[in-house]
Design a protein around this ligand. Structure first.
Ligand SMILES: [Zn+2]
Ligand SMILES: [Zn+2]
Length: 666
């Protein structure tokens, strides 16, 4: 139970130029105490001679890390999946939550900047030579890793080599006093760990000190900033400048909008590019005022009777958030609305957990190809009850393709699917569904997921009368997934259920079977054997006894301190909520900032108890009126750094079309 960090030059995969410039590669050692007995002896790798480094050159946490396994093979892992095996091996999973988060971030910084096994083509190994990694997982350390996704400590805009060690003797050491190498963020600082001897090299974070500070109520960001002098601790997720949508239509019976939120203090110049079926792009420019939102009616840009996909691009570097609500009367009888955030990415592979060709359901895949290359796409359907089926589709350059799933696999099947372009063309894929669910009619839509993951979180869910909530789980891998489904149920605490999802298959869970009726809940789906899955939550409802419909969203794999939504309104006829779930053991202090259509800003505070959820009603602070001042984009921020999950359900009567939709924020 100890780890050792080595200062690395930088990742192999990053710029070689910097590597050459950075002649000094300092190797350091950190030894950590065993959390539950048995100290391992830290290897003492001294630094090579040198006078210091200029920086790691790494400005963002990479998606993956290559790991030299004990058998000599090299495995590429998602960064956070790797860290879930590191944190419980480095410290005890029973330590205070913020000390686990601090350890997760330190280990992430280490791995993000490591290039320790270039000869084997690996960034790190699984031993004390780098950081200890084991297969064993713990739910608390898993959560600490998920909820600090992409968070790093940075000095001068670069991810630091985050050294850490077991404990100090009241103060940590200057790096140059130990290794002769000056690191500006490794200064001697006082430490409350209460020990009189040093265990380890003494440079960087004292792990027992981090534990003591977390016990005293410090949040992990302040702990890291204490031990890493002059650093900032923040997400390294890049701001999204491009938003891609596969679906959109101005045909009779459909109204398509784009809501564009600008949370910054500068105006955003935005280009909306419609890629119209049957040929022809149309570009329309808009300015989105600071801390405001803009609503674009697609029909006013391109006229009626068109199907299209769309790109919303910020052309002056000011990041925006974009959502697309659609209201409809599908085939003259199924009325409702759906909504999705755009995708900030174009990727060749997309996954969906939900889909059905049962009687009463029409399921489509909309595949957008904004590139100049034709995409040969293979859709692999995983059919509930067994079996897979492949279908091939061509999507021409700068076009979109709409696949009616029933034509591919026939009627009467529940399925999940993978949409894959073997040629590597970047796509955006959505799955709209229209339905008659009992007597409730409507439609919902979601973007696909970019990857299978071992953990999924949802903020919203209800088994009250008039609400049917499902979880659809897809397992696109060839190994069975063992799932633990943890419901945070208002008033009763945690309820857990276990499921197995067979390889290349899907499973449907009706929440009321697990927790009974009459409950609001949020939920976490965890694959206990690490097999990646996709989790989606369809809901069908009769809201307020009058608004029938359905909504759907993918879960998120990463609780985080801030969430943005572009859509929301408190106009008459619309009821908007913000559901915020706190899956951690520490209360979350929320600041909710409404960026209103008229440029005004309204703030609201809220608190989410640990292992709980709260539902906020924006109309309580904004009031109601039929004007743009009551349309809003919104930022939900946990000011004390606690990772939360936020969703925005809305229910509406839009010109007589009733329904509801939901969005997971960005
Ligand atoms: Zn190693
Ligand atoms: Zn200490």
């Amino acid at each position: 139970m100890f780890g050792k960090n080595a200062m690395s030059s930088r990742r192999r995969s990053r710029t070689a130029a910097f590597l050459a410039a950075c002649a000094l590669s300092v190797l350091l050692v950190a030894s950590l105490p065993a959390a539950s007995g048995g100290h391992a002896r830290a290897a003492e790798q001294g630094p090579p001679p040198g006078s210091g480094i200029t920086g790691t050159g790494v400005t963002a946490v990479p998606e993956t890390v290559t790991v030299l396994m004990p058998d000599g093979s090299v495995r590429t892992m998602y960064m956070d999946d790797y860290l879930k095996g590191v944190v419980p091996a480095e410290v005890s999973a029973s330590w205070p939550y913020d000390s686990l988060c601090a350890q997760a971030v330190a280990a992430r910084c280490y791995a993000a900047t490591a290039d320790r096994h270039p000869a084997q083509g690996a960034d790190v190994c699984t031993t004390t030579h780098c950081q200890v990694w084991k297969e064993a997982r713990d739910p608390r350390t898993d959560l600490a890793v998920d909820s600090t996704h992409k968070v790093a400590a940075l000095y001068g805009g670069q991810v630091i080599s985050a050294f850490f060690f077991g404990h100090c003797d009241g103060h940590t050491r200057n790096s140059e006093d130990v290794w002769g190498s000056y690191l500006p963020y490794c200064r001697s600082v006082s430490c409350p760990c209460g020990n009189t001897t040093l265990w380890g090299h003494g440079v960087g974070m004292c792990q027992e000190g981090a534990r003591t500070l977390a016990q005293a109520g410090w949040d992990y960001r302040d702990i890291l900033k204490h031990y890493y002098t002059g650093t900032e601790v923040r997400s390294t997720e890049p701001a999204a400048l491009n938003w891609y949508f596969a679906e959109g239509t101005t045909h009779a019976g459909f109204v398509t909008y784009f809501c564009i939120g600008n949370p910054s203090e500068s105006p955003a110049q935005v280009n909306v590019r419609y890629i119209v079926d049957g040929g022809g792009n149309r570009d329309v420019s808009y300015a989105v005022q600071p801390h405001s939102r803009l609503t674009v009616d697609a029909a006013s840009d391109i006229g009626a009777g068109k199907d299209f996909s769309c790109e919303v691009l910020s052309t002056n570097g000011v990041p925006v958030v974009t959502e697309r609500p659609v209201y409809f009367n599908y085939k003259g009888s199924l009325t409702g609305g759906h909504d999705t955030l755009g995708s900030a990415y174009l990727r060749p592979t997309w996954y969906f957990a939900e889909g059905t060709t049962r009687q009463g359901f029409d399921t489509y895949l909309c595949i957008g190809n904004p590139s100049d290359t034709e995409a040969q796409v293979i859709v692999t359907y995983f059919i509930e009850g067994g079996g897979t089926a492949d279908a091939e589709h061509r999507v021409g350059p700068r076009t979109r393709r709409t696949v009616n799933v029933a034509a591919d696999i026939g009627a009467g099947k529940d399925f999940s699917c993978r949409v894959h372009c073997p040629g590597g063309v970047g796509l955006v894929v959505e799955r709209p569904m229209y339905f008659k669910y009992g007597t409730w009619t409507g439609g919902h839509d979601t973007l696909g997921s970019l990857s299978a993951r071992p953990a999924w979180y949802f903020a919203e869910g209800s088994t009250r009368p008039g609400f049917h909530t499902y979880l659809c789980i897809s397992n696109p891998t060839e190994q069975a997934a063992e799932l633990r489904v943890s419901y945070l149920v208002a008033g009763t605490g945690d309820v857990e259920a276990s499921y197995t999802v067979e390889p290349l298959s899907r499973k449907t869970i009706l929440a009321s079977d697990d927790i009974g009726g009459g409950r609001d809940f949020s939920v976490r789906v965890n694959s206990t054997n690490g097999v990646g899955v996709i989790a989606e939550r369809p809901m069908y409802f009769l809201y307020g006894g009058a608004l029938d419909g359905g909504s759907d969203t993918m879960g998120t794999s990463f609780p985080r301190p801030s969430w943005y939504f572009a859509e929301g309104t408190s106009r008459p006829g619309f009821t908007t909520y913000l559901c915020v779930s706190n899956p951690t053991e520490k209360g979350a202090q929320l600041k909710i900032t409404y960026l209103r259509g008229d440029g005004a800003v309204t703030e609201q505070g809220a608190f989410v108890e640990p292992l709980s959820r709260t539902t906020v009603s924006p109309a309580d602070v904004l009031g109601r009126a039929p004007d743009s001042a009551h349309d809003f984009a919104v930022k939900v921020e946990s000011t004390n750094g606690v990772g939360v999950v936020a969703e925005r359900p809305m229910y509406f009567d839009f010109r007589g079309w009733t329904g509801g939709h939901v969005s997971m924020g960005y």
